[in-house]
Write a protein that binds this ligand. Sequence first.
Ligand code: NAD
Length: 364
Amino acid sequence: MVEIDVNSKLSVQAGVLEQMDNMGHEQVVFCRDRKTGLRAIIAVHNTVLGPSLGGCRMWNYQSEAEALKDVLRLSRGMTYKSAVAGLDLGGGKAVIIGDPKKDKTDDLMRAFGSFVDSLGGKYITAEDVGMQTRDMSIIKETTRYVTGIAEELGGGGNPSPVTGFGVYKGIKASAKFKWGNDNLKNRSVVVQGIGNVGETVVKHLTDEGATVYINDISPQRMKQVSEEYGAAIVSNDELYSMNVDIYAPCALGATLNDETIPQLNCSVVAGAANNQLADENKHGKMLMERGIVYAPDFVINAGGIINVYDELIGYNRERAMEKTENIYNSVLRVLEISREKKIPAGQAAIELAERRIKEAELKN
Ligand code: NAD
């Protein structure tokens, strides 16, 4: 028989509640389905503005603690992202512990859907790392609280073109803030990561006449995008120190860190990647001190959430694109608050989000 150490269990539980207190979470649900092997955590951060919406990430976490930390951090980020984007949505996120390549089955997806359903709409799921549009369709068999459904099934399909359009608008807003003019013709931009979103950004930038440089870990991808848009390829060595107007990180997170920030030779950082700052506080401050304008990632890349939000009210891509244009105003507003209050842009965005949530709370 396995002995249960009650004290250690209690301390683990107290730790979770303490973390919820520290980060302001409303509810955290641990999901276990023996039949399918599902081990998942759903975190509902805040539902003041509306139901919590955020993707489900499937990842081979090395420990439960790591999975919990990720879901708490990501769900909080969703609250801020939706609030700044002006959506009537709260923030939530889910993580499934497992290797999506080996452990994902349709039954596992259905089991996850049942847990989502048990929350009665307080949490609405969507796609994230390790999940695909097809998975959302399977999850839909056990819950209606799912977005990111394929177009042919009445959903919004791939959100990347919408996200990319929003990033382009955010780059223009950052240019307006920095130079008093949002025209990108004759501006130079280096786009790091030319995947689904990055390529859309390259397209909009080259359409406007900007000089675009690209970098990716895939040489094949670089060749393809370079040929299609006439963008010059740059190596990893020259990427951060390039003398360009704008650096647009559109690959992975944490590319703004102790090592890269001192190398930067640009005036603006504005791109799609999530969690660009390795350390939210320290690196936001470092950019500000260097006089580099930074469009916070969760403000500029909100096109994806705007797109899935539209699914909830009956999907219409034109309307989603129109709403995404507003990212221009959000980025500009955040940068202005940052200047007025002399605080890093990320902090200004969080203040803006918290203000909106507080106002809604007072009305309720
Ligand atoms: P993607 O997987 O289609 O593209 C990522 C690209 O980055 C790939 O081409 C990959 O080869 C490249 N890459 C990976 N590591 C790199 C490195 N170290 N240096 C240079 N290139 C590298 O992903 P995506 O959907 O285009 O998303 C890009 C980023 O935007 C991610 O951080 C994602 O979380 C974020 N984001 C995407 C959406 C969306 O709608 N897809 C919404 C919000 C945020």
